[in-house]
Design a binder for this molecule. Structure first.
Ligand SMILES: *[C@@H]1O[C@H](CO)[C@@H](O)[C@H](O)[C@H]1NC(C)=O
Ligand SMILES: *[C@@H]1O[C@H](CO)[C@@H](O)[C@H](O)[C@H]1NC(C)=O
Ligand SMILES: *[C@@H]1O[C@H](CO)[C@@H](O)[C@H](O)[C@H]1NC(C)=O
Ligand SMILES: *[C@@H]1O[C@H](CO)[C@@H](O)[C@H](O)[C@H]1NC(C)=O
Ligand SMILES: *[C@@H]1O[C@H](CO)[C@@H](O)[C@H](O)[C@H]1NC(C)=O
Ligand SMILES: *[C@@H]1O[C@H](CO)[C@@H](O)[C@H](O)[C@H]1NC(C)=O
Ligand SMILES: *[C@@H]1O[C@H](CO)[C@@H](O)[C@H](O)[C@H]1NC(C)=O
Ligand SMILES: *[C@@H]1O[C@H](CO)[C@@H](O)[C@H](O)[C@H]1NC(C)=O
Ligand SMILES: *[C@@H]1O[C@H](CO)[C@@H](O)[C@H](O)[C@H]1NC(C)=O
Ligand SMILES: *[C@@H]1O[C@H](CO)[C@@H](O)[C@H](O)[C@H]1NC(C)=O
Ligand SMILES: *[C@@H]1O[C@H](CO)[C@@H](O)[C@H](O)[C@H]1NC(C)=O
Ligand SMILES: [Cu+2]
Length: 567
């Protein structure tokens, strides 16, 4: 385990009030046949089952996941989305960042404390792999829930888009940066969700968007949602008729069965593939709708969801944090990120921050920070991972200028950030003046930035580690839309890492010390750095499903035929 010299006061207080337990999961990552959208296909599951199980813990608990990779010839790994990993930066999970990817037949242990209650999720952060199925809920219960007593039951409502192939996106011919378009939509990894709904009861619905590409709109017929939490941060209760979840976002909402409720109430989830849902002058498409039901009387018909003529989701930038925490004062460090699509040296479509695309290096970035001594404050040692060095306790302002014509959801690891301002579509670039920001802004871990516009975020650098900031559209991650926060490098020197994590590197001959290329003698010597993005795309490798998967009987379907033609 990492041991850092910092301890957050908040964390100590929380840990003291909760009776901390350890919850342990022994998971083999395995291929499984499933048919989430009616077509049978191999997916990545856990212990030969899919959907993947949830991690259930209480604030203050220690979570242990013993993960064995049984994917035969694919690497893997897990990231715990939204968990701050305070003092356990090496447990965050992204491959090439906080660990080496886990080779087949290897086991690694993840161990960390969950100090902040809320609705989170875990997913592979390796080779664009989570759209193949390796994802699940991570729920941290709160003994001191401010909404305790305000609801009777809770349910998870996850949603995902379904896709068959992404390879055609990452070819030189794709000069328009066209994304792969989802074929369908699933809720709770399947179809036909019914939630029992009883008079007089209030339900907490924990919504999680697992999608690789699409946002989702949600509406409940005849029932108002009271949003109480966004991305694991409590907000003051806010009424909503529609909510929009960008990929990776979560909302916890309360829904009450009123006294006059008698029937069954449909709810609608619609994939939002539009560039800009706020721009009503653009034609909108809604190609995939899903209807589920709140069921009060199963002898009555379930009913069809009402047609939503225009989606008007509640504006999450207007939410108020429940703890009234004011915006952090003036910042010490500015991370200004101009995002646009770009081309690499080989003419492949990529995504750039400040004209540079993220390129995975040989040595995981955290391992470089730990083994390059005083030089770890020099961005040169990390290679082209768009590194930003911030000092301990700095207030950091992130400005994202979205120069693209679609909205993109940006996610920061290791922190909740404040959303000081999200400018409307077509507002242009950040003017460089800090004016008109929200005094008491909402906090979350993923924010949708509008097209041709910008957002201003702040966080307090009180969590030494190496944390990614990236678009959560999985294709854009593969295209390099990532920056790296090197937080408090002076406190990362000489960190030690668990043997099983280092063994994962040794097994594949991956260097785990020194600069980005593993140079330990002269850490500013950039020889061996990866400066050209890969031209073969290994993520989402449906074509490399091991042969033995084909042995179980499975009806030939159009989708399967598509798999085999990928090879
Ligand atoms: C989406 O999934 C539903 C339920 O399995 C299925 O009925 C429908 O045909 C699918 N749509 C497409 C476009 O594949
Ligand atoms: C994981 O696989 C190993 C064999 O490699 C087996 O012994 C073990 O029981 C499996 N664990 C679970 C939880 O299925
Ligand atoms: C939006 O951007 C895409 C990709 O850069 C481009 O193909 C498309 O023409 C743009 N659309 C508009 C309306 O500018
Ligand atoms: C129940 O009554 C309330 C208050 O009159 C009304 O707002 C609501 O729409 C009713 N619900 C249904 C399902 O008719
Ligand atoms: C989905 O629902 C919207 C209305 O909310 C409708 O305009 C659209 O045609 C529907 N799409 C399909 C494929 O049924
Ligand atoms: C990116 O490149 C463009 C065109 O060369 C240039 O105008 C712009 O200033 C560059 N942006 C940054 C942040 O370096
Ligand atoms: C809305 O879309 C239209 C057509 O693409 C575009 O011309 C206009 O600038 C957009 N408006 C805003 C506010 O983004
Ligand atoms: C702040 O608001 C004022 C008044 O609406 C406006 O004049 C000014 O341009 C705004 N500043 C920024 C940076 O948007
Ligand atoms: C880190 O280890 C090196 C080599 O053992 C040692 O010289 C240095 O003092 C250590 N630094 C810290 C901050 O402990
Ligand atoms: C380390 O490498 C850099 C870049 O190649 C070079 O400029 C520098 O002189 C080297 N330092 C030593 C001590 O060799
Ligand atoms: C995995 O195995 C399959 C055949 O079983 C092969 O086609 C594929 O290339 C392999 N993938 C990798 C990444 O080695
Ligand atoms: Cu994106």
């Amino acid at each position: 385990m990492v041991s850092l010299s910092v301890l957050s006061l908040e964390c100590v207080v929380l840990a003291a009030v909760a009776r901390a337990a350890t919850v342990t999961y022994n998971w083999n990552v395995t291929w499984v046949w499933a048919s989430p959208d009616g077509f049978s296909r191999p997916v990545i599951g856990i212990n030969d089952k899919w959907p993947c199980p949830s991690i259930d813990a209480t604030a203050g608990d220690t979570v242990v996941v013993n993960l064995q990779n049984k994917l035969v010839n694919q690497t893997t790994g897990l990231h715990f989305h939204g968990i701050n990993q305070l003092q356990t930066a090496d447990m965050d999970g992204p491959s090439g960042v906080t660990q080496c990817s886990v080779p087949p037949d290897s086991t690694v242990k993840y161990q960390f404390t969950v100090d902040t209650p809320g609705t989170y999720w875990y997913h592979s952060h390796n080779m664009g792999q989570y759209p193949d199925g390796l994802r699940g809920p991570l729920i941290v219960q709160d003994p001191n829930d401010p909404y305790k007593g305000k609801y009777d039951e809770e349910h998870i409502l996850s949603m995902s888009d379904c896709l068959t192939s992404v390879r055609n996106m990452l070819t030189p011919s794709n000069t328009q940066f066209k994304p792969p378009i989802p074929d369908n939509l699933t809720v709770n990894e399947g179809q036909g969700l019914k939630i029992d709904f009883a008079k007089g009861k209030t339900y907490r619905i924990r919504m999680i968007n697992y999608a690789a590409f699409a946002a989702a709109m949600v509406h409940f017929d005849f029932h108002t949602m009271n949003v109480i939490m966004n991305d694991g941060a409590y907000i003051k209760k806010e009424d909503a008729y529609h909510v929009r979840l960008a990929p990776a976002q979560r909302y916890d909402v309360l829904i009450s069965a009123s006294d006059n409720d008698t029937g069954n109430y449909p709810f609608l989830v619609a994939l939002d593939l539009n560039r800009d849902w706020t721009n009503h002058t653009e034609p909108m498409i809604w190609p995939h709708n899903y209807t589920g039901h709140l069921v009060m009387d199963s002898s009555k018909p379930l009913g069809k969801a009402e047609v939503v003529k225009q989606w008007n989701p509640v504006d999450d930038a207007d939410f108020k944090p429940n703890d009234d925490l004011a915006a952090y004062g003036s910042y010490d460090k500015l991370m200004k990120l101009d995002f646009k699509f770009c081309m690499d040296q080989n003419g492949y479509p990529r995504s750039c921050f400040n004209n540079l695309t993220y390129i995975n290096q040989q040595v995981p970035t955290l391992y470089s920070a730990a083994t390059t001594g005083d030089s770890n404050t020099n961005p040169v040692v990390y290679g082209q991972v768009n590194p930003f060095i911030v000092d301990y306790d700095n207030t950091v302002q992130i400005v994202v200028n979205n120069i693209d014509n679609a909205s993109h959801p940006f996610h920061l690891h290791g922190h909740h950030f404040q959303v000081l301002y999200r400018a409307p579509s077509s507002a242009g670039l950040w003017p460089g003046r800090d004016e008109n920001y929200t005094a008491v802004p909402p906090m979350r871990d993923t924010v949708a930035v509008m097209p041709h516009s910008y957002a201003v975020l702040r966080f307090r650098a009180n969590n030494p580690g190496v944390w990614l900031f990236h678009c959560h559209i999985e294709w854009h991650v593969e295209m390099g839309l990532t920056a790296t926060v090197i937080e408090a490098p002076d406190r990362l020197r000489n960190l030690t890492f668990p043997d099983d994590h280092i063994d994962a590197c040794k097994k594949t001959g991956t260097p785990y010390q020194g600069n980005a290329a593993g140079n330990t003698q002269n850490v500013t010597d950039t020889t061996g750095y990866v400066t050209v993005p890969p031209t073969t795309y290994n993520g989402y490798v449906l074509s490399s499903i091991p042969v033995q998967m084909v042995i179980p009987p499975c009806p030939p379907t159009p989708t399967l035929a598509a798999f085999s033609s990928l090879g």
